[in-house]
Design a protein around this ligand. Structure first.
Ligand SMILES: Cc1ncc(COP(=O)(O)O)c(C=O)c1O
Length: 454
């Protein structure tokens, strides 16, 4: 146990026995990963003691960084008081009740209830179950189709991955037959000769066309991330969400805002739907709700939906052993208390978010950066050989992976999504640390340009 093994031994053991998420199993036998041993503030350290600035907040989770002893203390205290009890069969526990109250208070005013899960994936599965329940209770059983978007990420269970819009993932299992996708609002990829605003309208109106084509009476819901995260931090054109809102307002279709990434301050408002003036009926959350320290997700349910599903229907045959686990709820309560007390949403909106965006936008001048996107504490850049015609550095979207390797060597965790590099840094980053992030990113871009002889 502990540090008794060398890095080489850890890596070999890992490769021998551990199957990793979203990883090429065959490749991993030879190309071993990094073993992360500890973390402090916004830095992670591997088993060689190498320090890396984590510009991804783990996996979009650790918005408050890695050093939050109050969360650890709350978890420890809860372990001693009630380490586990379930919420089935007429039972509840005090942290779950308090967290439900807190979430209702923090989320937009239409939300009155919460259903707890362990992850964002399970929360989106729960959405599918709640949506069905809603329409069944309203005696509209034809409403079954759920609309989603290409390049969306909604999780990795069969149901949530069906909602997601990654073709390579869909090719690996049988997707749900009642999910259909429209094009994502990625102007740089899909906009052709249209202006950003024209394309935003066109992408939104695809929703309208799809609804009309399939029949409103058959559509149960539309699910979307305010900003698509794993798809490449796709910040939609300004015209997109207002037009989607118009379309949804004219139709009787539930709207689910998947806030697993955008929730809890990431976009400069408490929730991404607030940044874009949307009023969802259901809202998915996970990740930053516990600062990533415990696995917790859930669905916020609006009064409109709650009134229906609590009015009738018999027993709801859905739930998880760990739904509303007292430890995870204690971690969330501590996290949300810190977030409110230390005014982190204001800090993202008015200080560290604008500072990051100002510096991040400057990367547009780099010879291999074709496009820069960002909102709040989210950012992405598109790597190209030729800015004018968007020619990529290499076929098969490999350039991101090359750039990522330079980043790691330079002590920076940036994620590659095809030919784009994305970031989601912790809110606790200082201005100097944002400067360091940009300096390491710039050096990595320089090395990538040199690698491709640009
Ligand atoms: C928008 C979104 N929804 C859902 C999920 C799935 O969450 P989890 O990995 O906790 O199941 C993710 C994960 O990254 C996500 O980004």
């Amino acid at each position: 146990m502990g540090n008794s093994r060398t890095t080489a031994e850890w890596k070999q053991l890992d490769a021998n026995h551990h199957l990793h998420p979203f990883t090429d199993f065959n490749d991993y036998q030879n190309n071993h990963g990094r073993i992360i041993e500890r973390a402090e503030h916004i830095y992670i350290y591997d088993t060689d003691g190498k320090q890396m600035l984590d510009a991804m907040s783990g996996l979009w989770c650790c918005s408050l960084g890695y050093s939050q002893p109050e969360i650890a203390d709350a978890v420890h205290a809860q372990f001693k008081k009630l380490p586990y009890y379930n919420n089935f069969f007429q039972c509840s526990n005090t942290p779950a009740v308090e967290l439900a109250e807190k979430l209702v208070q923090m989320t937009p005013k239409q939300f009155t209830h919460v259903f707890f899960t362990n992850s964002g994936s399970e929360a989106n599965d729960t959405n599918i179950r709640l949506i069905r329940r809603y329409w069944d209770t309203k005696k509209q059983p034809k409403k079954r189709i759920i609309l989603a978007r290409t390049n969306a990420y909604h999780g990795s269970t069969i149901a949530s991955a069906s909602l997601g819009g990654f073709e390579f993932v869909h090719n690996q299992f049988e997707t749900l037959p009642y999910v259909q996708h429209i094009t994502d609002p990625n102007w740089y990829h899909n906009g052709a000769d249209l202006t950003s605003d024209e394309f935003g309208l066109q992408a939104a109106q695809e929703l309208e066309k799809k609804i009309d084509q399939l029949g409103e009476e058959n559509i149960a819901a539309f699910i979307a991330e305010p900003i698509q995260g794993a798809g490449g931090v796709i910040v939609p054109p300004d015209t997109y969400w207002p037009e989607v809102r118009r379309i949804l307002n004219e139709r009787d279709i539930l709207f689910v805002s998947d806030e697993v990434i955008c929730g809890f301050g990431r976009t400069g408002n408490m929730f991404g739907c607030e940044t874009y003036g949307m009023e969802p009926d259901l809202l998915t959350f996970a990740k930053a709700v516990t600062n990533g320290f415990q696995p917790l997700g859930g669905v916020m349910v609006s009064e409109k939906v709650a009134d229906v599903i609590t009015s009738d229907g018999g027993e709801f045959g859905h739930g998880f052993t760990y739904s509303g686990h007292p430890i995870t709820c204690a971690a969330a309560l501590a996290t949300l208390n810190i977030m409110e007390r230390d005014k982190f949403v204001d800090h993202v909106a008015n200080d560290i978010g604008p500072y990051l965006q100002q510096k991040w936008t400057g990367l547009a001048d780099h010879p291999i950066v074709g496009h820069v996107r960002g909102v709040g504490m989210l950012g992405s850049i598109e790597l190209v050989r030729n800015k004018a015609d968007k020619e990529r550095l290499e076929a098969d979207q490999k350039s991101g992976g090359i750039c990522r390797e330079f980043c790691v060597a330079n002590g920076l965790i940036m994620r590659a999504v095809g030919d784009s590099m994305i970031i989601s840094p912790p809110f606790v980053s200082t201005h100097e640390e944002i400067d360091l992030l940009i300096a390491r990113a710039t050096k990595s871009l320089d090395q990538t340009a040199e690698y491709y002889s640009v």
